[in-house]
Design a protein around this ligand. Sequence first.
Ligand code: GTP
Length: 381
Amino acid sequence: MTEQAAMDGPIPLTILTGFLGAGKTTLLNRLLSDPALADTVVIVNEFGEIGLDHLFIEAVDGDMVLLSSGCLCCTVRGDLVAALEDLVAKRDAGTVSPFRRVLVETTGLADPAPILQAALSHPYLVTRYAIDGVVTVVDALNGYATLDEHSEAVKQVAVADRIALTKSDLLTDATRPEYGRLRARLRRLNPAAPLLEAAAGEATADALMGAGPFETSGKIPDVAAWLREEAYRDAEGDGHAHDHAHDERDQDSHDVNRHDSRVRAFCLTTDRPVPMAALDMFMTLLPSAHGAKLLRMKGIVNVAEQPDRPIVLHGVQHVLHPPVALPRWPDADRRTRLVFITRDLDESFVRRMWDAFTGTPAIDTPDRAALMDNPLSLRRG
Ligand SMILES: Nc1nc2c(ncn2[C@@H]2O[C@H](COP(=O)(O)OP(=O)(O)OP(=O)(O)O)[C@@H](O)[C@H]2O)c(=O)[nH]1
């Protein structure tokens, strides 16, 4: 890494996902005309697929396209990791402009988790890129049926940091009630991700980007806005994550369909500082034993050994981003807060495991020593 690259800090990486035909490319075209996204590199699967407005395209050089907004667009046909490595190498060598952000558009059927995992688990890439967030595009008209039919779509919603709703301009009096139910369902699957309507001008670059916990500008990140743990609490308090807004209230039991009912969103909090070793064990064992079921995990932890420097964690399935210690607490709230979106993994199981590791006694629950003496006991879901 060059000195300049090290000074620049990690490059924010945004994943744009959403089901086939949801409106990813249309949204991308709109975003790329926003000056806030100048100096962005867009990675897509095929040029043919991206359908970028031809007016945007200034020049083509190999697999790179220069857009009139100053953004670069490059294609990958498989190996995203190689493409991300190649991009930073070119940036360091000065053969591409010093871009400040990367946006990856996935194909409609893609599960975004492996993309996140690839970036989080690669020992070099994790030092050069910081996951800024997952933007999931959901079609206001077809989204409800898509969630019914495709478990991948449910997963895309579960991992989102922001949800962009498209095609709400096409709603009619007849389809509007289902749209209300779709919004309630999205809230239930993912209580914290803001729902932003593209047609209402809400899905702007500003609103969609900057969703990550790590500030590249050196400021202390707004962890509370990133975690939105209160959204999970509201959801839990209502039995099974219901939205309180009148027009988004669940109106029929079909909302809890077979895919959705496997997904849980919940939050663990504790006032008591957590010993580093206990956190380490929890964060090693939970993903290794149940990684496939951990769709998304985020948190801020008050560690006993360094109470003034909270640790920020986030992960996807088996892979955790290396923990980052903040220089200080971002606000007066010093509680440990961990939020989870899981599939086929009960809150009570994760809670019992957390309590056992952090030393919170619970009836009929083995303590940490017992769990460590018999780690197989953790594999009971
Ligand atoms: N009316 C309306 N049409 C939209 C909106 N967003 C997308 N569309 C239309 O929906 C269709 C699909 O949009 P795309 O942007 O190609 O969708 P995509 O998610 O990139 O599609 P794939 O790459 O095939 O997965 C196109 O005909 C768009 O013009 C919207 O907000 N309103």
